[in-house]
Design a protein around this ligand. Structure first.
Ligand code: NAP
Length: 231
């Protein structure tokens, strides 16, 4: 057991998730569990970051993997969770249009981008209730904003819109328990998925902001760089 705040960041072996893990551990003294579907890659990322970051096997699209991470690892080792960052995401499908989409592919995207986050929230909530100033951050995207939606990125955009809806519902349900739940768009970020854009450290900062909100901070919102954006 530890007095440090405990965070789980999913999909954190590379990209924005890895940088969120680094910033939480280095800048906020948080004990970070670095979720990675490939444990070797997770160990490599955790070793590179240092600051006590610990790798954890976690494929959010596999319910057995989610259950094992919580039942066999997080609960027995820590007994609680303070921060959950649902970062894992796949398939920015700029090559797909909704009216002719490959629904097998869309379902696969939903399995990670929506159901992966949802399953992880369900598994984490009992432990977040035992946490202090618990926070959930769903890493979303402007592609999921209904206020600014056009064609293309069919599976990705619709899955992120659904993740935004999940954010609103969970936030409303957990508000009275002091668990703050927000969606964050990191902006266009230079990762494998982004393929260009601003530095990863800048994209991660807005996620870390939402993960470390004070008790009087917002809940049920959609943010980029700490500022509200339209759903
Ligand atoms: P990335 O570089 O492609 O990294 C994605 C991460 O998610 C990888 O660690 C990947 O693991 C992991 N992942 C994928 N499926 C998973 C699963 N089923 N279970 C666990 N981990 C899984 O992408 P990124 O740019 O860092 O994106 C991070 C988040 O930001 C995503 O939710 C994305 O939609 C969002 N976002 C990104 C941008 C951008 O411009 N980059 C813009 C808006 C929103 P593997 O290494 O095993 O594949």
């Amino acid at each position: 057991m530890t007095n440090q705040r405990i965070a789980l960041v999913t999909g954190a072996n590379r990209g924005i998730g890895k940088e969120v893990a680094r910033q939480l551990a280095r800048d906020h003294g948080v004990k970070v569990l670095l979720g990675s579907r490939n444990l070797d890659k997770g160990h490599r990322a955790a070793d590179e970051i240092g600051y006590g970051v610990e790798a954890l096997q976690l494929d959010v699209s596999n319910p057995d993997s989610v259950a094992a991470a919580f039942i066999l690892k997080i609960e027995p080792s820590y007994g609680r969770l303070d921060i959950l960052v649902n970062n894992a995401g796949v398939d920015y499908d700029t090559d797909q249009q909704a009216h002719c989409a490959d629904l097998h592919r869309v379902r696969r995207a939903f399995d990670t981008n929506l159901f992966g986050a949802w399953d992880t929230i369900i598994a984490a909530t009992p432990l977040l209730r035992r946490g202090e100033s618990a926070r959930i951050v769903n890493v979303s995207s402007g592609s999921g904003a209904l206020s600014d939606m056009s064609g293309g990125t069919a599976g990705y955009g619709v899955s992120k819109a659904a993740l935004n809806a999940l954010t609103i519902k969970t936030a409303a349900e957990l508000k009275h328990e002091g668990i703050l739940v927000n969606a964050v768009c990191p902006g266009w970020v230079a990762t494998d998925m982004g393929g260009g854009g601003r530095p990863v450290s800048e994209g991660a900062r807005g996620v870390v902001w939402a993960a470390t909100l004070p008790n009087n901070g917002p809940t049920g919102g959609f943010f980029r760089d700490g500022a509200p954006i339209e759903w």
